[in-house]
Design a binder for this molecule. Structure first.
Ligand SMILES: C[S@@+](CC[C@H](N)C(=O)[O-])C[C@H]1O[C@@H](n2cnc3c(N)ncnc32)[C@H](O)[C@@H]1O
Length: 255
């Protein structure tokens, strides 16, 4: 069995010079070993097995078939704990300069979203959490994505971890300042801690807790504005403007 992506583009017509939408854009993540039912009719298993780029008719609608890539699988992961958004994961990757040789420590594992995304890029990720239910979901997601280099462990990062020589330590926990001792012990000189906190009061306490072994590089909030670009409609989609969290980047500068 393989997964396939089905894309149906918006269908429109023009009446008296006005554009009218007949059906909406749709995207489905489907198994190719059984028929897939849509509101327009059934798409047969044999059609789902067609090569990427093929079109399949269902009623008046046309679906394009694609082979999923990592991001399509990633978007299907189960969410129990709130996950870090893609825009913020992007900043973590680029501002710390993660590479295929990097060793990452992540806490808390939560739904395993960050550990999975980074696992797809780096050499190794170890992810800690204190909550059994979250650990279960994170493990399942990592297994589904077939990431062999991501390990999930039970443990409290405020107390310490087994790993050493970490390049990047990602913290998404309620009291990140309590993990600074751990960060000092496990990070390589030159390594980064990225702390992700929804509230600026958490950021304030985190930065206030730094000693002279750390350099506060920056605290940023990444704002993403998705735009509507449809004919003469050219404007930001208001509902997409929202706060997620503050990202604080600190660097270990002394042994
Ligand atoms: C918001 S979730 C993390 C989500 C994760 N970054 C993701 O993208 O899927 C916060 C997690 O931190 C865990 N946590 C809280 N305190 C912790 C600690 N001291 N050590 C390890 N994990 C902790 C919680 O159980 C929870 O699962």
């Amino acid at each position: 069995m393989a997964k396939k992506i089905l894309i149906k583009q918006e269908r429109k017509t023009t009446v008296d010079g006005r554009s009218i939408r007949l059906s909406k854009f749709e995207k489905h993540y489907v198994d190719d070993d059984k028929d897939f039912s849509t509101q327009y009719g059934m798409i047969k298993e044999k059609d789902l097995k067609k090569i990427a780029g093929s079109t399949i008719k269902s009623g008046k609608e046309e679906f394009i078939i694609l082979n999923p890539v990592f991001i399509d699988h990633y978007k299907q992961i189960k969410r129990l704990a709130q996950i870090i958004t893609l825009k913020d994961i992007g900043a973590i990757i680029t501002y710390t300069g993660l590479t295929k040789d990097s060793f990452v420590l992540d806490a808390g594992a939560g739904s395993g979203a960050v550990s999975s995304f980074l696992g797809m890029l780096v050499k190794k990720v170890v992810s800690y959490d204190v909550n059994d239910a979250h650990l279960e979901v994170a493990k399942k997601n990592i297994e589904t994505l077939n990431l062999k280099n991501v390990e999930v462990k039970k443990g409290d990062v405020y107390k310490g971890v087994d790993e050493k020589n970490i390049d990047v330590f990602v913290l998404d926990v309620p009291e990140p300042w309590r993990a600074l001792k751990t960060a000092e012990q496990i990070l390589k000189v030159g390594g980064f801690v990225v702390s992700y906190s929804p509230n600026i009061t958490q950021t304030q306490k985190f930065v206030a807790g730094l000693n002279d072994k750390f350099l506060h590089e920056k605290t940023v909030e990444i704002m993403e504005r998705v735009w509507d670009v449809r004919g003469e409609i050219l404007k930001p989609k208001m509902k997409d403007i929202g706060h997620t969290a503050f990202l604080t980047f600190i660097r270990k500068i002394k042994k």
